[in-house]
Design a protein around this ligand. Structure first.
Ligand code: CP
Length: 340
């Protein structure tokens, strides 16, 4: 753990976005996660520690999810919490109950952490301001997806540390090219906040019609030239085309998009040989990312998923138990002895 992160105090009740976080808070999360990578990687024994024993984690998803929902559920179980999933379509929300009333009822059953994904930007923050549970934003409209941004930064840093053989390397000066549908991507927003706070050089690239207004004010370079964007990139991050969020056709055709922006073996000729390939999933195969690249040797897409469990364990642990050195580092008993 670096000096800045060691001094950082975790005082937040909730995690609703990365825009609010300081560099020290982000580094505290990233530096808390490796011990949970080790828990999940155990070859023998139970992949579980008792840090949230007796706590209740509620997964409340209003939009489809594979990775985030299962990752939170697994993370909670690996921290020994009880878990509950609420499907919006079969809850009393369909009878007109408000979000606040629904959450008040969940809290009456003593929830500790509520993980929410909602199509409304700001939903997590509104609930966090009125309710006592720790609220974690699992994606709100096209606003933020903070745990995705954190697991992505963790995965980049893990790779940089390994390739440079430097256990303390950070992302300062690392060039990250984020390609595709920036305007409708909560992943892009959280990654931009996270990576720029960590000192990375971020370039965003896509059709002008898929760039949000004033994106340059977020401290990134903006281009529509893919070869320029990836020419010196250490990391190439392809975004999913958010076809379900686009209300009108914002580029001439998918064929045109593929010709200009798809990451494939042909376009990768412009990139350095060491450039890492990342994607948040789910992939529209052969639209934003060619199958040969998604499954190729430079891809760490499934490593992102693996790390997501550890990063979410770190976040839930920090929210509930706080950051103290005693509490943040697992004890020998926690790491070595399986729970019955
Ligand atoms: N990356 C991501 O949020 O995937 P899911 O939509 O499957 O959760």
């Amino acid at each position: 753990m670096n000096a800045a992160a060691e001094e950082a105090a975790w005082t937040r009740k909730d995690l609703v976005g990365i825009e609010d976080l300081s560099r020290e808070e982000i580094e505290l999360i990233l530096d808390t996660a490796p011990q949970f990578v080790a828990v999940s990687a155990r070859e023998s024994g139970i992949k579980r520690v008792p840090l949230l024993q007796g706590r209740l984690v509620v997964n409340w998803f209003f939009e489809p999810s594979t990775r985030t929902r299962t990752s939170f559920e697994l993370a909670a179980k690996r921290l020994s919490a009880d878990t509950l999933g609420i499907a919006a379509s079969t809850s009393s929300l369909v009878k007109g109950e408000s979000l606040h009333d629904t959450l008040a009822n969940i809290e009456a059953m003593r929830s500790d952490i509520v993980v929410i994904r909602h199509s409304y930007a700001g939903a997590a923050r509104i609930l966090a301001e009125r309710h006592s549970s720790h609220i974690i934003n699992a994606g709100d409209g096209f606003h933020e997806h903070p745990t995705q941004g954190l697991l992505d930064a963790f995965t980049m840093r893990e790779h940089i540390r390994r390739t440079r053989e430097d256990a303390h390397a950070g992302l300062d000066g690392v060039r990250v090219a984020i390609i595709g549908d920036i305007a409708y991507s909560r992943v892009a927003r959280s990654n931009i906040w996270c990576l720029t706070k960590l000192g990375a050089d971020v370039v965003v690239c896509g059709p002008r019609t898929l760039m949000p207004p004033r994106v340059d004010e977020m401290g990134v370079e903006v281009t529509s030239d893919l070869h320029h964007a990836i020419g010196e990139a250490d990391v190439i991050y392809a975004l999913r085309m958010q076809l379900e969020r686009q209300q009108r056709c914002l580029f001439p055709s998918l064929r045109e998009y593929i010709r200009l922006f798809r990451i494939d073996n042909e376009s990768l000729r412009a990139a350095p040989a060491h450039a890492l390939i990342m994607h948040p999933g789910p992939i529209n195969r052969d639209i934003e990312l060619a199958a040969e690249v998604a499954d190729g040797r430079r891809s760490v897409i499934l490593r992102q998923v693996t790390n997501g469990v550890a990063v979410r364990m770190a976040i839930m642990h920090l929210l509930v138990n706080g950051p103290g050195e005693q509490q943040t580092r697992l004890t020998a008993r926690d790491t070595d002895e399986p729970l019955c």
